[in-house]
Design a protein around this ligand. Sequence first.
Ligand code: UDP
Ligand code: MG
Length: 331
Amino acid sequence: MMDGTLSGISVVVPVYNEERSLSILVEKLIAVLRELPNRFEILLVNDGSQDGSLALLRSLSRANREVKVVDFRRNYGQTAALMAGIDHATNDIVVMIDADLQNDPADIPRLLAKLEEGYDVVSGWRRERKDSELKRNWVSRIANRFISRVSGVKLHDYGCTLKVYRRSVVSGIRLYGEMHRFIPIYAEWQGARITELPVTHHARQFGASNYGMERIFKVVLDLLVVMFLRRYFAKPIYLFGGFGLISIIAAFATIALSILLRLFAHISLIQTPLPLLAALLFLVGVISILLGLVAEMLVRTYYESQGARAYLVRELINFQADPGSTVQEDI
Ligand code: UDP
Ligand code: MG
């Protein structure tokens, strides 16, 4: 360890309807973690599952002291579940991993060893990804390249949940929408040292993926927000004002052009409606994007000024000294 003391490990697992993989997952995680000298906890965040996941988590937490459960009141999504994990982690190293056994717990020691070399984030890279080629791999390869390009953070696989973090670089983070994949980008903005390692990836054994193609659009829009926040959060007027000025100049140029056409080519101003329509549609599109960004800022103001959380916890299991104990949280 870098400071001479052995850091503890908090493994964070988002769980949504994963009753068939949970026992195997927890068993594998414990087997891997027991081999390490570090103390550990496994934080399973039940994201409003409708199947038997919660009952299973309860019994797993009764059987193992290290297994802790955060039970959401309803389904808030993977990002909120991961954030709850970060918020409740008590150890200095945070490991995130999917519940569906697509990530392999056996990769964790290698990722931790890499972290010990002096990194703050070690990102898993599903080099041989076992999801359907057309639906996921192809699109996500383009998406990853695009995100890497615009963010300046050079990673191959943002979408892979299996990543290892020092808690200090993720603890203050606020995440919304599908933004968990951008945690390394936020971390890098805080000055974190980031690297990646290829990890094993398995096809989903039980159940089906919770996502479809619509995720691509969400990710692109989230990326837009991230870039907006990075560049313009302090001075949004540079973006909005800059756009406004250009738009006004363009308006004057258009008026000048139609007057010229009227004077020298004798084309009436109302003879060509098509450019008007095109300009109108374009403006409406751009304005709605800008309004979306404004709304993003309002949402942030709402959450952060009030210290409100984006999720509600019903119960915390195994957070107190006696095993099997539960704490009712009323927030
Ligand atoms: N998940 C979650 N809440 C959701 C959807 C998914 O906590 O609303 C969890 C899910 O249980 C799994 C992880 O997030 O542990 C990744 O989900 P999934 O396997 O469906 O995504 P994919 O592997 O297809 O990217
Ligand atoms: Mg999966």
